[in-house]
Write a protein that binds this ligand. Structure first.
Ligand code: SF4
Length: 317
């Protein structure tokens, strides 16, 4: 399909720890279209952030990508030369907004210099410094000339995340990965930051992979959603399908869950997420699934299309 920007096929990632091999990603498939806001949801430890690290070639020892393809503009990032990946893809064509922006910014560099450093590849130094102030104004930073001279530690959490958004969108990346971008912020500024991110990204026609545990964030911002469980992609579909017509028993449980501030404990489903050193055979969800059969204990369910673009990995379909 022509409008597919990112196409992850059968991705496997393991971590080799003293306890044994953590089978963190277990054959994940995911597609993001041009200009699409794609939400990746699931409980802590389900593999959302590891998937993001794999896209950016940031899986480091003891982690190892064991198989699959990550096609970005039809080119496999996993077989790309490391230098090219570093110089032309990561930080330019695919950028990332982290949960803790202050930690992600360079602490000894003024904000203006950090943004100008990205812009200088396409303009003169003087223009880049001026454009950096415009980028700050674009993310609604008050007194952008003044804030441009700040160091990261002088910013509030909300301001730092706006600066991060300005920085990460400076190169006009086709794909932006946002890993829990508002979790560390005050509730009062979370909605503003998300709205801003959505406005700017849609204006620039970038695609977004939004990693979150918060279904209300997904409902408000995303076009499509992928639901991960224990390293598997349980279900993908439009926001409407996932929220109003979930098919996978895990997605149904997730919809019934009452999230607290800190966690995404499932109210409706007994049990806990499995230890991925010894994951359950067959469907990894079977020990918690109310519909599990003998087949589920032996055979891994493959994704099936239940309606156009709505994929479910479950033997019930
Ligand atoms: Fe439940 Fe079986 Fe479907 Fe897994 S494959 S979600 S265990 S019914």
């Amino acid at each position: 399909m022509k409008d597919i920007l990112l196409d992850i096929r059968d991705l496997y990632v393991n971590f080799y720890t003293y306890r044994g091999i953590v089978r963190a990603i277990n054959g994940v498939n995911l597609r993001i279209r041009q200009g699409e806001f794609f939400g990746l949801v699931g409980e802590t430890g389900c593999g959302k952030s590891v998937t993001a690290s794999a896209i950016l070639d940031l899986v480091r020892n003891p982690g190892r990508i064991e198989g699959g393809k990550i096609l970005f503009k039809e080119e496999d990032l996993l077989s790309m030369d490391k230098k090219r990946m570093r110089n032309t893809i990561r930080g330019r064509q695919i950028t990332m907004i982290m949960q803790h922006p202050i930690a992600a910014l360079n602490p000894v560099m003024r904000i203006q210099e950090q943004i100008a450093e990205v812009l200088v590849h396409t303009m003169s130094k003087r223009e880049a410094r001026r454009a950096a102030i415009e980028r700050l104004a674009e993310v609604n930073i008050p007194e952008p000339e003044k804030v441009a001279r700040y160091y990261p530690h002088q910013l509030s959490g909300g301001m730092a995340q706006r600066v991060m958004i300005a920085l990460m969108l400076s190169s006009e990346p086709p794909l932006l990965i946002a890993d829990e971008p508002t979790t560390a912020l005050d509730v009062s500024v979370q909605a503003q930051v998300l709205l801003l991110l959505e406005e700017l990204v849609r204006k620039k026609n970038s695609s977004v992979l939004l990693i979150t545990h918060d279904m209300s964030v997904v409902a408000e911002t995303c076009d499509r959603v992928g639901v991960m469980y224990a390293g598997d992609m349980a279900e993908t579909g439009s926001v409407r399908e996932i929220i109003f017509d979930p098919k996978h028993p895990y997605t149904k449980g997730l919809m019934q869950a009452i999230p607290s501030e800190e966690s995404m404990e499932l109210e409706g489903i007994p049990g806990t997420v499995p230890d991925l050193v010894t994951p359950p055979p067959g469907c990894r969800f079977h020990p918690r699934c109310p519909s599990a059969t003998e087949r589920c204990k032996k055979e891994k369910p493959l994704p099936r299309e239940v309606s156009e673009g709505h994929l479910v990995s479950c033997h019930l379909y």
